[in-house]
Design a protein around this ligand. Structure first.
Ligand code: FCB
Length: 439
């Protein structure tokens, strides 16, 4: 494992979580979300598990912040739940919800931890889902209004703010592949969600700027598209994947246009007037967050767009079945810097792996995770050496949590959580990072 001193002065290390995955959404007057509805529908989530209790962070946040401080982390990337702040998505504020985030942020500052806040990490209030959610253009102003309410309370103490976590997941994964809430599989819904999530990002960024909030970033997820063969068909299929997964959002933010392949495929489904929204979508940001886990091997197939499938790759895999491919992280850090974000600071805002970790004699021996992290640190170091302005790295995740459609089975944490007793046990990876960050 690297030492802190192997990285440039001021390089930050952090850990990431998200509200619905850890807090316990049945507590504290939070409103219903589309994840509660999705999980209540048979077949969507492993064992129909939901975030009602999760890690009970809502009651155990002090212990969790102590673990972040004791690990030697500089920063904590967390998110707020829209429905905890505004149970109906709009209108009446849940004072208890705002109070919770207020004391959580103070708790970070008291412990010397920099708060990096994500405004939306996927738990759309059900009341807004009823109105079409991300398919409805009004979601942009609903989101900006929520952002104003939340930052009106927290804005003076947040270190960096991200608008929406992983716009691809919010839109394509959830409205075309149907894997995440609301579980829609419809090209028209997907095209609308893809555009509206961009518009919501830009609208909220402008609203926050107008109220004096600075240091606003975008956070996207990237998956390396590897053609299954050298055939022109597979190469084109991988390029299509790369465009709708990786380039669509970056190109919208930084070039104020969408990739041609996607426009061609989706033009009949994009909302009227989409071409006129790029001045909002392209509102300058202050930094870019890169979430990276793996690559996919893309093979062309006959059928409707996007006419490809993912096949199993040869590399060692995590508990998710995801190939371990640190070269992809280096690739995207280079690409973001060169093609999109230029000299803006970059952060790896998520990287990590799931592993079926067990507590044995009070210990969790997750050596594979230590190796995974070290290999991705290699990629980060290489990027820095090449001049990429990478300024920090956040591990996903601080602790085992609700892994969405896969329930509580996939363990991404540096800290093990027993979901019966809710006991936290730092894993070997946490202890290795703690030693590295102290040195
Ligand atoms: C990312 C999500 C995060 C978690 C990890 C494994 O796509 O942002 O909530 O699910 O994947």
């Amino acid at each position: 494992m690297y030492k802190r001193s192997d990285f440039p002065d001021g390089f930050l290390f952090g850990a990431s979580t998200a509200a619905y995955q850890i807090e316990g959404h049945s507590f504290g007057g939070a409103g219903r979300t589309h994840w509660d509805d999705f999980a209540a529908t048979p077949g969507n989530v492993v064992r129909a598990e939901d975030g009602a209790v999760a890690c009970d962070h809502y009651h155990r946040w002090e212990e969790d912040l102590d673990l972040i401080r004791d690990g030697g982390f500089d920063a904590y990337r967390f998110s707020a739940s829209w429905a905890r702040v505004l149970p109906e998505g709009r209108g009446a504020v849940n004072a208890e919800g705002l109070d919770f985030y207020d004391k959580l942020v103070d708790g970070m500052l008291e412990r010397g931890i920099k708060p990096m806040l994500t405004l939306y990490h996927w738990e759309l209030p059900s009341a807004l889902a009823d109105l079409g959610g991300w398919r409805n253009r009004d979601v942009a102003s609903w989101f900006a209004d929520y952002a104003e309410v939340l930052m009106g309370r927290l804005g003076d103490r947040i270190w960096k703010t991200a608008t929406i976590n992983e716009l691809w997941c919010v839109s394509f994964l959830s409205h075309f592949l149907g894997i995440h809430a609301p579980g829609v599989r419809d090209i028209r819904a997907a095209a609308r969600a893809m555009h509206h999530v961009m518009l919501a990002h830009g609208t909220a960024t402008q609203a926050l700027r107008a109220m004096g909030v600075g240091d606003i970033g975008a956070v996207c997820n990237f998956t390396y598209a590897q053609p299954a063969s050298g055939s022109p068909e597979d190469i084109e299929a991988a390029a299509t994947f790369d465009d709708y997964y990786n380039n669509f959002f970056m190109s919208g933010f930084f070039h104020k246009k969408y990739p041609e392949r996607i426009v061609t495929a989706m033009k009949d489904h994009l909302p009227a007037g989409w071409q006129d929204d790029f001045d909002v979508i392209g509102t300058p940001v202050d930094w870019l967050g890169v979430n990276y886990y793996t690559r996919e091997i893309i093979k062309a197939v006959d059928g409707p767009w996007p006419a490809h499938t993912s096949i199993e790759g040869p590399l060692p895999k995590t508990q998710m079945g995801w190939e371990i491919y640190p070269e992809g992280l280096l690739h995207f850090l280079r690409r973001c810097h060169t093609d999109y974000s230029g000299d803006l600071p970059l952060y790896v805002t998520e990287n990590g792996m799931a592993n079926p970790d067990l507590v044995i004699d009070g210990k969790v021996d997750d050596v594979v995770r230590i190796d995974y992290l070290a290999r991705h640190f290699d990629a980060a170091k290489q990027a820095i050496a090449e001049g990429v302005p990478l300024e920090g790295y956040f591990v996903w995740s601080l602790m085992d949590n609700y892994e969405w459609a896969l329930g509580y089975e996939k363990r991404f944490g540096l800290i093990h959580v027993d979901f019966d007793t809710l006991q936290r046990t730092p894993k070997a990876s946490y202890l290795a990072l703690q030693a590295a960050l102290a040195s």
